[in-house]
Design a protein around this ligand. Structure first.
Ligand code: PLP
Length: 482
């Protein structure tokens, strides 16, 4: 452990502390004491009473704790990369224990809080149960809690106002917009997909893969834009593009179907597409790229980093449906070169990620500033109102509810083992079938297949896509088929 302990505690920073105040936005306090006094006055508590003194002392410690935790956050951000593994584990455990201590304080507070609540009952059974008390111990459940609620308990008007502005994540307002189980799933898929770059990304979950794709296209495309789409996409995506986005009385999107897989053919195709739609593009339309790799149903792999780099050089955004790969076969957001990463990765959880076959769900993952910003902010030329949250998610309501989010989270625990089994089955099955002289197997698992090179280069361990076996020229006598 590094040692730099001078036992000098830093003074409480009022700026850091005031986020805990019920008057966090309107406060004039310039010291912790002033924050404490304001808090007591806000709730009409006499500061000279025993109750007032104990409350003031508690509040004082909490403001101090908030300020100290912010210091921990600063130190963590500045030092984490330079720490060795042993120190990271020690720092992690120390913060985990702090969480238990803070929860213990909350649990201790439940006793006077509950007693006061019970004292308010008129005894006629109409007051009902107050769930906050029971939820505290659920904080340490080893699996995410299924939060089945439509609404939430509100702290005070200034906190709720912040929540409506997207400035207070802890304070959820309504489960069509945010829900703790859903957020837990969003964090889990970002960790899995982006790995060491997870802090750069955010995800929004939807009620199906198609709802996720619709939201992503709705957020990225404007009326009359040009969209390059890899030819082999899931049939539902074809319908969505053809029957809605491309219709002139809807979004009038000009779709250019790209037949190739490698970056060389993409470079040629993009140049042709630019030429074909030059007039439209010169008048202000944008060109973007949508691809599926591996594609459903053939399983062909596209050169995602190569295509992304070329598209980005032209200012296009890149959307990738990575459903068939799952983060086990392909991690497109972990490329060291950010230009080689797609801007959005979409998954239908309905397939391997969830694996139960009992849930339809989907997700879009993108860079944080494209997915969400608090109202009023702007990052890298993207204004808060253009982020996927405010532009689409918040207003359309295709939210994934907590039960289904939990089902996906549960399924994801066994994803790696399930994918490995499928990969082995694909390898064995294709090798076995292709050894027969009358069967031609069309699968990139075979080393001689034209797509085997890209599969080898791009997929983890060169593993094949598991939904990719198709047979041609099946001229076997039926007596040979078992
Ligand atoms: C590659 C791919 N993307 C998207 C989807 C749509 O997902 P969902 O069925 O969850 O709407 C599917 C569904 O089969 C798919 O195979």
């Amino acid at each position: 452990m590094q040692s730099n302990n001078t036992n000098n505690f830093q003074a409480i920073s009022v700026d850091h502390a005031k986020v805990l105040s019920p008057k966090r936005n309107s406060t004039k306090a310039d010291s912790t004491q002033a924050l404490v006094n304001e808090q007591l006055a806000h709730f009409g508590i006499d500061e000279q009473s025993d109750y007032g003194r104990a409350l003031a002392q508690t509040a004082h410690h909490l403001y101090g704790a908030q300020s100290s935790v912010m210091q921990l956050w600063d130190i963590t951000s500045n030092t984490l990369q330079s720490l060795d593994k042993e120190d990271r584990v020690a720092y992690f455990n120390a913060k985990k224990f702090l969480s238990f201590q803070i929860a213990k304080i909350l649990d201790t507070l439940q006793n006077p809080f509950r007693a006061t609540y019970q004292s308010l009952s008129s005894g006629n059974g109409s007051q009902g149960h107050y769930p906050l008390f029971d939820n505290v111990t659920a904080l340490f459940s080893a699996t995410p809690v299924v939060v089945r609620t439509a609404t939430y308990v509100y702290a005070c008007t200034e906190w709720v106002d912040d929540a409506f502005q997207g400035k207070e994540f802890t304070h959820q307002i309504y489960s069509r917009l945010l829900n703790p189980t859903n957020i837990s799933l969003a964090n889990a898929i970002v960790d899995m997909e982006a790995g060491p770059y997870a802090s750069e990304y955010l995800a929004w979950n939807f009620n199906s893969g198609m709802a996720a794709i619709d939201a992503m296209l709705s957020n990225v495309l404007s009326h009359g834009d040009v969209l390059i789409v890899s030819r082999n996409v899931y049939g539902g995506v074809y319908q969505l593009l053809h029957d809605y986005f491309a219709r002139s009385n809807r979004m009038d999107i000009q779709i250019a179907w790209f037949d190739g897989y490698d970056k060389e053919s993409f470079a040629d195709f993009m140049a042709q597409t630019k030429q074909q739609y030059a007039e439209r593009l010169n008048k202000g339309a944008s060109m973007h790229v949508y691809m599926e790799s591996p594609c459903n149903p053939h399983g062909y792999v596209l050169d995602v980093p190569g295509i992304s780099e070329l598209a980005h050089a032209e200012g296009a955004l890149v959307m990738l449906d990575s459903t068939l790969a799952t983060p086990v076969l392909h991690q497109p957001l972990q490329h060291k070169n950010t230009a080689a990463r797609p801007d959005y990765v979409v998954h239908s959880y309905t397939k391997d990620l969830c694996g139960s076959g009992a849930t339809t769900a989907g997700v879009v993952i993108g860079q944080g500033h494209r997915m969400f910003q608090p109202k009023g902010s702007s990052v890298d030329g993207v204004d808060w109102s253009q982020t996927m949250f405010w532009d689409v998610y918040y207003i359309k309501g295709a939210f994934l509810d907590s039960e289904k989010a939990f089902d996906v989270l549960n399924g994801m625990k066994t994803l790696e083992q399930r994918m490995m089994t499928k990969v082995i089955n694909t390898e064995v099955f294709t090798a076995f079938l292709s050894s027969h002289p009358l069967i031609r197997v069309n699968c990139h698992a075979l080393p001689e297949h034209s797509n085997a090179g890209l599969r080898e280069k791009q997929h983890a361990h060169g593993w094949p896509c598991t939904l990719s076996v198709s047979y041609t020229h099946l001229t076997l006598p039926t007596s040979d088929l078992v």
